[in-house]
Design a protein around this ligand. Sequence first.
Ligand code: ZN
Ligand code: ZN
Length: 250
Amino acid sequence: MKLTVVGCSGSFPSAESACSSYLVEADGFRLLLDMGNGALGELQRHIGLYDLDAIFLSHLHADHCIDMCGYFVARYYRHEGGRCAPMPVYAPEGAEQRLTTAYADTPSSSSMSEVFDFHTLKSGSFDIGPFAVRTERVCHPVEAYGIRIEHGGASLTYSGDTGVCEALHELAEGTDLFLCEASFTHGKEDIPALHLNGREAGEHAARAGAGRLVLTHIPPWTDGDVNLADARGAYTGPVELAAPGAVYEV
Ligand SMILES: [Zn+2]
Ligand SMILES: [Zn+2]
């Protein structure tokens, strides 16, 4: 599998990065994990606008899904080749209505579904193209999912947004690459069931026995180097900060 960081800023975009979006490719299949603010533009640095095969939305906070409104326009009003066929979108319940409302005050009730085929997420295992995936509900103020993706004997796990969470431990068990959020700073923000800090991300990686840890979803007001040091204090494997355009072979 090839993982490309499209955007990795948490909560809102930074001057350097769009919000959450990660491209996972294998066997010519392209799965996008989240499409936050600014991600649709960045995505076009890596692949064509219409090259995606499926989309997974971890949850419906804007920094993970709002560029779906722009992508709807691109697919619905495509100039060459006409309207795009519906593509699978795996998202929490209510995604179609939320995105339709975000797009317009008085939307046609059916227009989103003409270009997106929404599948309601639940905790469980299923296939997306060549990938065997497992999703688990994680700990966040809205319905949110982490995802583990396996292909060719390798695995990567993406936390989505979550606080300290037993389900995340299980999802990341023995994973080769753990893409884990670290929004908060240890000792500075202590709000349960919302986000992880660097130390907690490191602890999750250590306990899960992850092969490699990539910290992501760090907001512009958080010092990533502090979170990196905190994660290294809890996890002895390789750990680094996600960066836009970074590529990992898993
Ligand atoms: Zn977020
Ligand atoms: Zn969130």
